[in-house]
Design a protein around this ligand. Structure first.
Ligand code: ZN
Length: 253
């Protein structure tokens, strides 16, 4: 019963002291693949280096909408050079974050569209970060021929989930479902087709309810699985197998 963490920032400094121990514990828990999305161009080299150190790790490269002040004008061109040179498995994480109202929406949209074009050119799937902007993202995905993707930590509506699924975009189930107050989200993940769901931690962020305030870790993927099992009619092994197969098929890993 192999499991995949479809979204984990294991390259972040929080894992510097014990990254190899964390990965060793992951293997013991049957977690055999971890997708590591990029956030800013400055840290891509480090991310790629970390991913080379373990066969569990698969890099994606992209410019994250929460880090707009860090992105330089030529970063999208650099993205093309890096994809050519290093062959990441996806473009990400990219998207729109309209949660923080002070963020400039138009600049985010321009950067997002540039990266969608890059993904379409290289026929790569995308890893999406979206807050308060699902409808805008869905409209833009329709405009470009994207080879599917994953919308990480999905927290939109059921209609938006269906729109993503139609576009070949899978929905990331993470720590947010562990919160008992997340009734709407839990009900939604109970009903959506299993063929559209993938597991993720977003570690070191998004800790589970019983870990609040602590560093999140890819080791908690089995807990996310347990929560999904408690919500759905399928068996644990069916949910593990299908969510793993969903990631493998999308990312060709
Ligand atoms: Zn992330």
């Amino acid at each position: 019963m192999k499991l995949i963490d479809s979204h984990c920032h294991i390259d972040f400094d929080q894992f510097s002291p014990d990254r190899s121990e964390v990965l060793r514990r992951c293997l013991a828990l049957d977690i055999d693949k971890i997708i590591v999305p990029g956030v800013i161009a400055k840290t891509w080299d480090h991310l790629l280096e970390v991913c080379q150190q373990s066969e569990l790790l698969f890099p994606a490269l992209g410019l994250h909408p929460m880090f707009m002040p860090h992105h330089r004008d030529n970063d999208p061109d650099l993205l093309i050079e890096y994809i050519d040179a290093y062959h990441p498995i996806a473009v990400g994480e990219i998207g729109l974050d309209f949660y923080v109202s002070s963020h400039d929406k138009l600049t985010q949209i321009a950067l997002f569209e540039k990266q969608l074009k890059v993904a379409a050119t290289f026929n790569l799937p995308i890893i999406l970060h979206v807050r308060k902007a699902h409808d805008q993202v869905i409209l833009l995905l329709r405009k470009y021929s994207i080879k599917g993707g994953i919308v990480h930590c999905f927290n939109g509506s059921e209609q938006q989930a269906k729109d993503y699924i139609k576009l070949g975009v899978l929905l990331g189930v993470g720590g947010a479902v562990s919160y008992s107050r997340a009734t709407r989200l839990r009900n939604m993940f109970a009903k959506l087709p299993l063929s559209a769901l993938v597991l993720e931690t977003d570690a070191p962020d998004m800790p589970l309810q019983d870990q609040e305030g602590k560093r999140n870790s890819p080791e908690f993927i089995p807990h996310i699985l347990d929560i999904l099992v408690s919500l759905r009619p399928e068996s644990a092994s069916a949910i593990a197998q299908t969510t793993t197969a969903n990631v493998r098929a999308l990312l060709s890993i």
